[in-house]
Design a protein around this ligand. Sequence first.
Ligand SMILES: *Cc1c(COP(=O)(O)O)cnc(C)c1O
Length: 382
Amino acid sequence: MSAPRLEIDLDKVQHNARTLVDQLSLRGISVTGVTKAALGSAELARALLRGGVKRLGDSRIENIEGLRRARVPASMSLIRTPMLSQVERVVEHADTSFNTELDVLCALSSAAKRAGVTHGVVLMVELGDLREGILPGDLETTVRETLRLPNLRLRGIGTNLACRSGVVPGPENMAELSALADSIEATFGVELEIVSGGNSANLPWALSSASSGRINDLRLGEALLLGREPLLRQALEGLHTDAITLCAEVIEAKLKPSLPRGKLAQSAFGEVPAAVDRGPVWQTILSLGRQDTDPEGLYPPHGLEVLGASSDHLFMDPGACRLPVGAEVRFQLNYSALLRAMTSPFVTKVVRAAGEPGAGASPPVVPQVGAARASKGIRPVR
Ligand SMILES: *Cc1c(COP(=O)(O)O)cnc(C)c1O
């Protein structure tokens, strides 16, 4: 089987979704399953739906179009403000889009009118993270304008924290969003069906707070795919952190000194490598580089250490292990490593589909040593 490859265990993804959907439903919160880190994979989207997510969200209209072509049966939201140049595609393929700009809302309204559809709108509010969002003081005006636009339906409001600036979602900012929802409803006599509190970083707050106020939706990507919350990257209880793994193959293994020889300047990526003399090591090179993933975001198997990376190589100290040429090493990934691997054309994506032989079996022992072997129940993603 070709390497590098991402292996996606759909049963584990489904389990992660089911676990969080059940826990959050006790608090009156439903889940929008975010597929952007999976390049809008239809099989992964179906696993999320089997796990009980209420709707799907993606930041790219291309991914939503792909999900439609694959006939994934779900309500779909574009969770990034649409480009003016894409409004036709947005009203055709997304049920709802997240918005912050009146110009875009006007264009969506015209496009929806031409297409003879009603397009759902969630207005995003800026609550401190300085990402997208209408300033709270401007929300009322934007709502008033939105309600005047034909062929648009205001479905709710939302916010996004812990992204650009790492602002922690907590009782204060969530109460602020709830209060805004109440005030919009009172002022305009409308019902806001969606109050979307944020992303995976909201989980520590949502799972521990006594009341979630008006918040009735979270948009979850990382937690469903990687089983971790993004604030401290702690594993979430009861979730799999290895639903998605990255396998790479050894192309060189030689005993080499741990310190470079010669006069030193910047490396290819502008770093001045700070090498430590640990004597000779079995320097092991994998055919996995910055064109394939984010090397800083890889969790190697216990006892193995990543020493550095080039565009095409990952340099490892295998510790007490001996990894011959052709051996495979399996990594868990953080969000950045996953995103880059998913979008790299050099990385094959394979899914272990639910119900297939071998599905749900415990993962092979890491590191996998020996020639690359096809695992049972693994098949290429379309
Ligand atoms: C990516 C994204 C999410 C999902 O974030 P995770 O941290 O992966 O849960 C939610 N909302 C918006 C607007 C996003 O862009």
